[in-house]
Ligand binder design. Structure first.
Ligand code: ZN
Length: 463
């Protein structure tokens, strides 16, 4: 080694470069942290290299990550969250502002950045600012100051922006600043006290129903306000996060077809898990019927609080709609909604449990399960984890323009092996939030190494 950065040479791998729209056999050489060469192989050299072995892709970008610092470091710190990201193949995460205090002024962001610098992780930490002061929904935060401090957008996530009039102002101010409003679409007058997706499973289990209409109405409201704001502020942009229902995705599809600047993401758990899991089924969404009792699918106990999430796990048709939205581009990205919680906040009755699933480290495996089942092409899956979210961040990420396997750039990539699976256990997770319904589950695709910004962010212990 002549320089200071790490070296890596991988021959005979399957390269996925969504920026170029390419995948195929190839090899890479990293010297001193720089991706020096990317070689695509063909003919004899490419013999017997397929997508079922070692895969190299650009580092993933998560648009929706909850770190719990400041305020709830027992659930997650900046350091543990960034370690979880690297373990999951993510090299950029966007932290949501629902910390305590909320990230509603530049001082909170400064503190988060100090924590990120102190932990030394090369994973890029971006942050959203709150839409309203304290996320209380009453008074707009100082969006301009937050923009100057470097936030990448505004969200009251955890909650929707409840007031239509405040959302209107936020879209206008944020749009003038060139930033999106990221809304958590939920009409809360329909979900007050709700516990699980309103449907057959919630009825049988006696859980209070959470209607799909609550999301569809909110998405429709948000888009109507966006269309109105655009007349005065052409730069206004709306991003809808963790859209989970067929009906709401259809509203987004129509708005996009009409040319409105609206984007959305779906989560791994909403595309692969269903409300059947709350009954005790553990089959993937594409194998689900919606009536797990009828076909002997129950293999675990009911009411696992790890399955309580907002929005709730939905019916199989909704999960299928999330996949279809990814396939046709209605959904621009897969975002984890990584929501770590302490055991104390989860080890309670289902309806009392904190909402959220710890998702950074299982996202790849869940998405690969969909790929393995023929539900999603590998290239599209990787796009939704890389170029999709990158397109929404643009120049606000240090990776602007280099999300891809770009020779001469600082290595920012993930290497994973699809011939290996791994079993999710609490001690294998870097996150402090062990709250995932996938504990004990075998997932495909083990991450071997993650490079972020030319440095090794994660390396498997035995790689
Ligand atoms: Zn949310």
């Amino acid at each position: 080694m002549s320089g200071t950065g790490p070296d890596l040479e991988i021959s005979r791998a399957w390269l996925v470069d969504p920026a170029a729209g390419l995948e195929g056999p190839g090899e890479i050489v990293v010297i001193d942290g720089i991706l020096e060469t990317v070689t695509w192989l063909d003919g004899d050299e490419a013999d017997s290299i397929d997508a079922d072995g070692v895969v190299i892709a650009p580092g993933f970008i998560d648009l929706h990550t909850h770190l719990r610092e400041p305020g709830n470091e027992d659930a997650e710190t900046v350091a543990s969250g960034l370690a979880a990201a690297a373990h999951g193949g993510f090299t950029t995460v966007c932290a949501m502002p629902n910390t305590t205090p909320a990230l509603d002024e530049p001082g909170v962001l400064a503190g988060v950045r100090v924590a990120a610098d102190a932990c030394g992780s090369p994973v890029e930490l971006l942050a959203l600012g709150a839409v309203t002061l304290g996320r209380a929904g009453e008074q707009l935060a100082a969006l301009g100051e937050l923009a100057d401090a470097g936030v990448i957008g505004f969200s009251d996530d955890g909650s929707p922006v409840r007031s239509a009039s405040i959302l209107r102002s936020a879209l206008a101010y944020a749009g003038a600043l060139g930033l999106p409003v990221v809304d958590h679409p939920e009409e809360t007058s329909l979900t007050d006290g709700a516990e699980a997706n309103d449907g057959f499973v919630s009825t049988v289990l006696g859980l209070r129903g959470w209607p799909a209409a609550a999301e569809e109405l909110a998405v429709g409201r948000d888009i109507a306000i966006l269309a109105d704001v655009l007349r005065d502020v052409p730069g206004a942009r709306l991003h809808l996060t963790h859209v989970s229902t067929a009906a709401a995705l259809e509203v987004v599809r129509r708005a996009k077809a009409a040319g409105l600047p609206v984007t959305c993401d779906v989560t791994p758990h909403h595309l692969a898990l269903t409300d059947e899991w709350i009954a005790g089924a553990r089959r993937w969404a594409w194998d689900a019927s919606g009536d797990p009792w009828a076909d002997g699918a129950i293999t675990a106990g009911p009411y696992d609080p790890a399955l309580r999430v907002n929005p709730p796990l939905r019916a199989p048709d909704d999960a299928a709609a999330c996949l279809a939205a990814l396939l046709d581009g209605t959904a621009d990205a897969i975002a984890t909604d990584h929501a770590p919680h302490t055991e104390v906040d989860k080890a309670v009755e289902f309806g009392q449990a904190a909402n959220g699933i710890s998702g950074l480290e299982t996202a790849l495996g869940v998405v690969l399960a969909a790929v393995d089942a023929g539900q999603l092409p590998l290239l599209r899956a990787i796009e939704a984890l890389t170029t999709g979210p990158a397109g929404l961040l643009g120049a606000r990420s240090r990776r602007d323009g280099s999300v891809g396997l770009v020779e001469g750039a600082a290595a920012d990539l993930v290497v994973f092996d699809r011939s290996e699976s791994w079993t999710v256990t609490a001690d294998k997770l870097a996150t402090r939030g062990k709250n995932t319904p996938l504990l004990g589950r075998e997932l495909p695709g083990r991450v071997l190494v993650t490079f972020a910004n030319g440095r090794i962010a994660y390396e498997a212990p035995d790689a």
